[in-house]
Design a protein around this ligand. Structure first.
Ligand SMILES: [Zn+2]
Length: 220
């Protein structure tokens, strides 16, 4: 398939990109200056479907990673071509979410499991937590290991927030490094997680400071 690309000048979006890259770089401590990810603006749903070579759901407005670059639906057509709400804040967060995937890809060498962790990092760092009320109970996220299952977006960002704010960035980076070297399945991941965090996880009390219970199991 041939896609025609043209460089566009959206000064506002360029500013958003720069700010997002700077903030993400500060978090990930990569000093990523060369070959920063390219962003492709896709005009409408028809073009998205062409790229995916299938009919895509209306919620799909952005994707990508370090290898492919980032694709997002043109903000001019956002309302018309998706069921997402368009505000500048949400659109900025969407771009930052996809860019965060690029950073995580570097740390994991593109291995994106568990899905909940991968998405959680992007949601937490992009500011999209504002779009999800803090869950009273975490019921769904652990089901999303290989594939994205229902309810993962609403919970995963809050889980990562807890991991980072309670246990620190370093442990998260250790976890990602282990993911990169071992490319773990679910069972192996649980073992790595326990080694790093010293606990099996059953994250049930997001409002408390003790979200990671010592006695629970990691599997749902
Ligand atoms: Zn994502």
């Amino acid at each position: 398939m041939i896609i025609s690309a043209q460089t566009s000048r959206d000064k506002w979006l360029e500013k958003v990109y720069k700010k997002a890259m700077a903030e993400l770089d500060e978090f990930f401590e990569l000093n990523w200056q060369q070959n920063q990810p390219k962003v492709f603006i896709v005009k409408n749903r028809k073009e998205i479907d062409k790229i995916w070579n299938q009919k895509t759901p209306k919620w799909l407005v952005g994707w990508g990673g370090r290898q492919s670059g980032v694709y997002i639906l043109d903000r001019k057509n956002f309302k018309k071509e998706s069921d997402n709400t368009y505000t500048k804040e949400r659109y900025s967060a969407l771009l930052k979410h996809e860019l965060a995937h690029c950073f995580t890809d570097i740390l994991t060498d593109g291995y994106r499991k568990p899905v909940w962790l991968n998405e959680g990092i992007s949601i937490y760092l992009s500011g999209q937590l504002k779009q999800y009320e803090q869950p009273k109970k975490y019921k769904h996220f652990l089901k999303s290991f290989d594939k994205q299952k229902e309810g993962v977006y609403a919970e995963a960002g809050w889980v990562v927030k807890t991991l980072v704010e309670k246990h620190g960035k370093k442990k998260l980076f250790d976890l990602l490094k282990q993911i990169k070297t071992t490319k773990p399945n679910k069972k192996e991941f649980n073992k790595i997680f326990k080694e790093i965090y010293g606990v099996k996880t059953s994250i049930t009390q997001p409002t408390s400071r003790h979200s990671l219970r010592k006695t629970g199991k990691i599997s749902p």
